[in-house]
Design a protein around this ligand. Structure first.
Ligand code: MG
Length: 216
């Protein structure tokens, strides 16, 4: 990278920071909690959202911001689950940014006190760099992935407030070491919380809901 590239990158991130601060201020004033969910493709973000929407219905207003490069497939699933949703297509982009978050919030106009669940574009690299103005960042890893993911993608795991290990119903069939993965996550982020869940069977999901309630 030459110095021009670095300067431009810094400028892009600084502008993102300003919009993120604006989002954070607005969300805070409304008593709205936004949680940014990040993972590789296929870790189960949308399934976790579907179950969360169903389980929290009646106790809290929930809205979803769906980030994908293309399609409205995930937004359609969320709509079917009975939730307000905005799809953001990033095209060639590999992450959501604060400006996209701002437009999504404008079109959702969530009620005060709502919970906003943001499903970021599926990858463990770029989403870690871009602050959206969210309250918390969650990384989801599933047991069908490698135990060593936290070591391979340390920036993502270092940025996380919570790590969710999903698909634990599949543990008997795969070679995944939960304890070792937790250890790796803590080696890059000593204070990070780790929860184990199955969004399919519902096991462990009450711990996730407790964590969400603690964000208010
Ligand atoms: Mg998805």
């Amino acid at each position: 990278m030459n110095s021009e590239t670095i300067t431009l990158e810094r400028r892009v991130l600084a502008k993102n920071e300003d919009v993120a601060d604006h989002n954070r201020e607005w969300l805070g004033a409304q008593g709205i909690v936004a949680v940014n969910l990040m993972s590789s493709p296929g870790a189960g973000k949308t399934t976790l959202l579907e179950r969360t929407i169903g389980d929290l219905a009646g106790s809290r207003a929930v809205a979803v911001i769906e980030g994908d490069q293309e399609t409205t497939l995930d937004a359609d699933r969320i709509k079917k689950a009975g939730c307000e949703v905005v799809q953001v297509n990033t095209g060639a982009g590999c992450h959501l940014d604060a400006e996209m978050m701002h437009s999504a919030l404008t079109s959702l106009s969530p009620a005060p006190g709502s919970l906003i669940l943001v499903e970021n574009v599926g990858n463990l690299v770029c989403p870690a760099l871009f602050d959206l103005g969210e309250r918390s960042k969650v990384v989801i890893i599933s047991v069908t992935e490698g135990t060593d993911k936290p070591l391979k993608y340390p920036y993502m795991f270092a940025a996380a407030d919570l790590v969710i290990i999903n698909k634990i119903d599949l543990l008997p069939y795969v070679d995944f070491d939960v304890e070792r993965c937790e250890g790796y996550a803590r080696s890059v982020n000593p204070k990070v919380r780790v929860l184990t869940v199955s969004a399919t069977t519902g096991e462990g999901m009450s711990d996730w809901y407790e964590w969400v309630a603690e964000q208010y």
